[in-house]
Design a protein around this ligand. Structure first.
Ligand code: M6R
Length: 352
């Protein structure tokens, strides 16, 4: 049942601290600063190609960045486009990210890769799923069953699982920092759940014409995911952009009726540049909601701030997404939408 929650989606959003703990259990050694993953064997691929759809594709975009930042060439492909883009495989490992393990587009991309001689892996939630049975390796995200059509806890569990994979398959210098931030993640997600102002923000903007989400680096997939969740359950127009792309077109859409949600974490160059983009939309009278860890002065240009604790930028992506899940959920609830079963959609898409 829904354990007292109005919807499965809200229940599953709140299950995230537990889901993430499950995903980490027995796989990290914080003292040694190492990750140990069963069933990986001696996998140390020279390159990684991710294939996935929807929310899982956003996790894949994030995962590809994790690998690239560890020095391994990696790319994320939309599974439905993989066959037509005919990317070189070489020694690359092809990783299908799929919560259900049954998504037809992802299965056929994996089959195509295997036909061309690639080793395959799935990052999935479902033991015994088709993807798990057909791939050479299966890495389980251990999120527990997800009933709501909108993916929530499975996305954050994919993010954590992909961190573990990247750490397990590569050797990076700052391993210990990352591991500590992953360990702290369940508690930090709980803090965001307890303290988020997302419901109040949802009330202010429930009648907006459209919603835009921007972010850079690890926060770019978060922006895309924030927008997908918004469209899926509220039926409102929403778009996610890489912050730097705004002035290459989308800025023309920005008005006082289009709130812009900017994910700004850390104090590096990327964060500063996104603050610059925030100033541009603010100058066009768009309402700004900053999702911020307080390390930049973005709050000065924002109408609202959704706060996240300071942590490693990778972990910050999970925390920022938690606010955006709540934002979409509460907007959809205010609009009276059928949150757990949005119109026209199915939990698992088994046709191409
Ligand atoms: O089971 P999968 O992870 O392969 O599903 C992929 C997409 O169909 C799925 O993530 C979809 O985009 C969600 N409903 C989004 O919330």
């Amino acid at each position: 049942g829904k354990s007292g929650y109005d919807h499965y989606m809200l229940k599953e959003i709140h299950e995230q601290p537990r889901a993430l703990r499950q995903c980490l259990r027995g796989r990290v050694d914080e003292m040694a600063g190492t990750v140990d993953i069963e069933d990986l064997g001696d996998l140390s691929p020279t390159g990684v190609q991710f294939v996935a759809c929807g929310t899982s594709y956003h996790a894949a975009l994030y995962g590809a960045q994790l690998f690239r930042n560890a020095g391994i060439p990696a790319q994320a492909f939309l599974a439905s486009e993989y066959a037509t883009s005919v990317p070189p495989i070489g020694d690359a490992l092809v990783v299908g990210v799929t919560q259900s393990g049954e998504t037809a587009d992802t299965l056929s991309a994996l089959r195509a890769a295997r036909k061309r001689g690639a080793r395959t892996m799935t990052v999935t939630n479902v033991v015994g799923s088709t993807a798990a049975r057909e791939c050479d390796h299966a890495f389980y995200i251990r999120a527990g069953p997800e009933i709501g059509v909108a993916a929530s806890k499975t996305f954050s569990s994919q993010q954590v699982a992909l961190n573990l994979l990247a750490l397990g398959m590569t050797r990076t210098v700052d391993t210990r920092d990352v591991i500590t931030s992953l360990r702290e993640l369940p508690g930090n997600v709980q803090r965001v759940l307890d303290e988020s102002a997302a419901e109040a923000v949802a009330e202010v903007y429930q009648d907006a014409d459209a919603y835009f989400f921007i972010g850079r680096g690890y926060q770019h997939p978060v922006a895309l995911e924030g927008a997908l969740k918004m469209k899926e359950i509220t039926y409102k127009h929403a778009e996610g952009f890489a912050s730097g792309e705004l002035k290459h077109g989308p800025l023309a859409l920005v008005t006082e009726h289009t709130p812009v949600f900017a994910v700004v974490t850390g104090d590096g160059e990327q964060a500063r540049k996104t603050v610059g983009n925030v100033k541009e939309v603010e100058a066009r009278d768009a309402p700004v909601v900053a999702i911020s860890d307080g390390q930049t002065d973005v709050a000065r240009y924002a109408d609202h701030v959704l706060e996240i604790p300071e942590t490693h930028p990778r972990a910050a992506a999970v925390l920022a997404n938690t606010h955006l899940q709540l934002l979409s959920y509460h907007t959809a609830a205010l609009l009276g939408r059928n949150i757990d079963k949005p119109r026209n959609l199915a939990k698992s898409v088994t046709v191409e």
